[in-house]
Write a protein that binds this ligand. Structure first.
Ligand SMILES: Cc1cc2nc3c(=O)[nH]c(=O)nc-3n(C[C@H](O)[C@H](O)[C@H](O)COP(=O)(O)O)c2cc1C
Length: 320
């Protein structure tokens, strides 16, 4: 799997300009002959259209030919496949000559190959998985058993890069991360509360600080900086999960001592520390934490947090 394909604007055989976003929402099976449109490739993809359509997918052929040539071919052959003229080889770079490439609904390459039957099977798999909760969300847990192995700086930067893609009110981006290592990390660890003993094994701890003036403040008391930082932390944790890392936010620390250790100005709120590490041995945990680590994930039943049309039974504040 790789990232989404680059933005493009290509003319179709109809003369219509097709942008990447025009294909969003559909799966795309893309083929290129590596140059001029070959009838064999276009015919093969055209033949797949009736099987692709029920799977919410379209077939696209990119070719170096000018639009009139593609228009003539389409009219002569009666093709339903979308022929795009790509003389600069922008989109065509996505696939090698003769290769088929399957893009998902947001233009991310999910499969490459040569066998149309395999492409359809890959598409069917993607379609059946899309209604599920994202597996990374299921896999993420606030695990505590950490290995002390160092985490490369690039990986830590990647986590913050993911966090930094979070949406925020007016795009204010209120999050400020400080990555503690070396002496600074030792001082942060000294400021952890007793229950967070396990975090002392962490090779890295990130501090997330912000200030209410860094984000929207609405008249009814909605200060959105905490919300923005929460979303950024969520994205960071998902990125960490993808990278096989644990990223565990904690509130149990002496905030003044951590701020002092990291030079965070007093007027900032130290919203959370995020403990980062590779998974380690559960034998390093207390009995209580080992049981949580190895036990099932605990969640209230969905109706306790979701209502339709009326708040009703959600109004139960005891126990929080
Ligand atoms: C704001 C916040 C503060 C937390 N503080 C701590 C903490 O100080 N120590 C700790 O061990 N876990 C802490 N956690 C982890 C939670 O206990 C954990 O997310 C929760 O029990 C749900 O478990 P799960 O994330 O594995 O689904 C914190 C989580 C959040 C979001």
């Amino acid at each position: 799997m790789s990232g989404p394909i680059q933005e493009f604007a290509l003319q179709a055989a109809t003369g219509e300009t097709i942008h990447a976003r025009n294909l969003w929402g559909k799966y795309v099976l893309l083929g290129s002959s590596g140059g001029e449109a070959t009838p064999a490739l276009a015919r093969a993809l055209d033949g797949l259209v009736p099987r692709l359509a029920p799977l919410d997918a379209v077939a696209v052929v990119v070719a170096s030919d000018p639009v009139p040539v593609l228009a003539e071919l389409t009219a002569r052959e009666g093709w339903k496949v979308l022929l795009l003229s790509d003389p600069e080889r922008g989109l065509a770079q996505t696939c090698q000559a003769g290769e088929l490439v399957l893009l998902d609904r947001v233009g991310i390459v999910r499969w490459r190959g040569h066998d149309p039957a395999e492409a359809i099977a890959a598409l069917a798999d993607l379609r059946s998985a899309e209604g599920e909760v994202n597996p990374l969300l299921r896999a993420r847990r606030a695990y505590r058993a950490l290995a002390p192995d160092p985490i490369p700086r690039e990986a830590l930067v990647r986590l913050v890069e993911a966090a930094h893609l979070a949406p925020s009110c007016f795009n204010n981006q209120p999050w400020r991360f400080v990555i503690a290592e070396g002496e600074a990390l030792a001082r942060v660890k000294a400021a952890l509360s007793g229950g967070n003993y396990w975090a002392k094994r962490a090779p890295a701890i990130l501090a997330l600080a912000s200030h209410r003036d860094l984000d929207c403040k609405l008249s009814d008391g909605r200060d959105y900086y905490l919300f923005g930082c929460g979303m950024a932390t969520g994205l960071l944790m998902i990125q960490a999960t993808q990278m096989g890392l644990i990223a565990h936010p904690i509130a149990g620390y002496d905030p003044l001592a951590v701020k002092e250790a990291l030079g965070i100005p007093n007027e900032y709120v130290l919203i959370t520390l995020i403990v980062v590490g590779k998974p380690g041995a559960v034998s390093t945990l207390s009995d209580k934490h080992r049981a949580i680590e190895l036990g099932p994930r605990e969640r209230k039943p969905l109706p306790a947090v979701l209502a339709w049309n009326k708040f009703g039974d959600l109004n139960q504040t005891e126990g929080t």
